[in-house]
Design a protein around this ligand. Structure first.
Ligand code: HPA
Length: 290
């Protein structure tokens, strides 16, 4: 089986569980998985029920797809991400994104917990991802290109959709949730950074640092998904505070921010534009009417 056959096998297994076609795909970051409770669940498929599919070794990540609705929008949630630091290949890391695309998703919302590099960022802040630096991790598109999904040499000059970024900021303003915007940098992990590395990342233009997201965003952009990224700043990055970095701190702050995170994402999904299909149908109906 080639790579596309494997992805289609997973897609077909998932389709046996639900007839719902997801429109919006969401990847939940560490400590942010309570958002899954906001879904009207139609089907739940654990990664372990898919043959040879990677499992989440990080206990904060459940490892399941949830398909359902939020405010009449069809969503699929990757409740549990596969990280490069877990030892998975870049191609494995992006499998959930490709599966969600093949199931019908048009928009991908990627969320994560991140360390703040920008001195104006405080733990508990949210950051809309404006752009990313992925030069410290391999490209997930390295190797054989699946031409059916996207081009060999994809443009990356506009990975994060401007309209989606604006909508996220608008929702945050309406809800009185302070929101920042900036550049996300992905490291390989699993170790946190050294203060010297953080100084270098700052010089390079990064505002926040984490161990995920940019590979998924490249993959999503390659296969034509509209991408939106939201970071929950859980700590000041290494060397910027006296605190020792730990996953306990990351999870604690992310969990404290979960309420605002859920409100913000819920409102965003509620206000997301209608699907292209719905818009096309409306155009056709208008044309018929004229
Ligand atoms: N560095 C890397 N990943 C992270 C951090 C950090 O400071 N905080 C949360 N995820």
């Amino acid at each position: 089986m080639n790579d596309l056959d494997i992805l289609e096998t997973y897609t077909n297994i998932i389709k046996e569980h639900t007839s719902l076609v997801p429109d919006i795909a969401i990847i939940l970051g560490s400590g942010l998985n309570s958002f899954a409770n906001m879904v009207n669940i139609d089907a739940e498929i654990s990664y372990s029920s898919l043959p040879d599919f990677p499992t989440c070794t990080n206990k904060m990540h459940k490892g399941r797809f949830i398909i359902g609705t939020i405010e009449n929008k069809n969503v699929i949630i990757a409740d549990g991400r596969l990280h490069y630091y877990e030892g998975y290949t870049p191609k494995q890391v992006i499998m959930p994104v490709r599966i969600m695309k093949l199931l019908g998703a048009k928009t991908l919302v990627i969320t994560n917990a991140a360390g703040g590099i920008n001195e104006n960022f405080e733990p508990g802040d949210f950051m809309v991802i404006e752009d990313q630096i992925s030069s410290f991790v391999p490209s997930p598109l390295r190797g054989y290109n699946i031409d059916e999904l996207g081009p060999r040499f994809p443009d990356c000059s506009n990975i994060y959709d401007t309209d989606l970024r604006n909508l996220l900021k608008e929702c945050a303003a309406n809800l009185n949730i302070p929101i920042k915007e900036g550049v996300y940098l992905q490291t390989q992990g699993p170790n946190y950074e050294t203060p010297a590395e953080i100084k270098m990342y700052k010089l390079l233009g990064a505002d926040a640092v984490g161990m995920s997201t940019s590979m998924e965003a490249i993959c999503g952009s390659h296969c034509g998904l509209k991408i939106c990224g939201l970071s929950c700043i859980t700590n000041k990055a290494a060397g910027l505070s006296d605190n020792k970095l730990s996953d306990h701190e990351v999870i604690e702050i992310a969990s404290k921010s979960a309420n605002n995170f859920c409100r913000l994402l819920f409102d965003f999904i509620k206000k997301l534009n209608k699907t292209l299909n719905e818009e096309l149908k409306e155009c056709e109906e208008e044309e018929e009417f004229q």
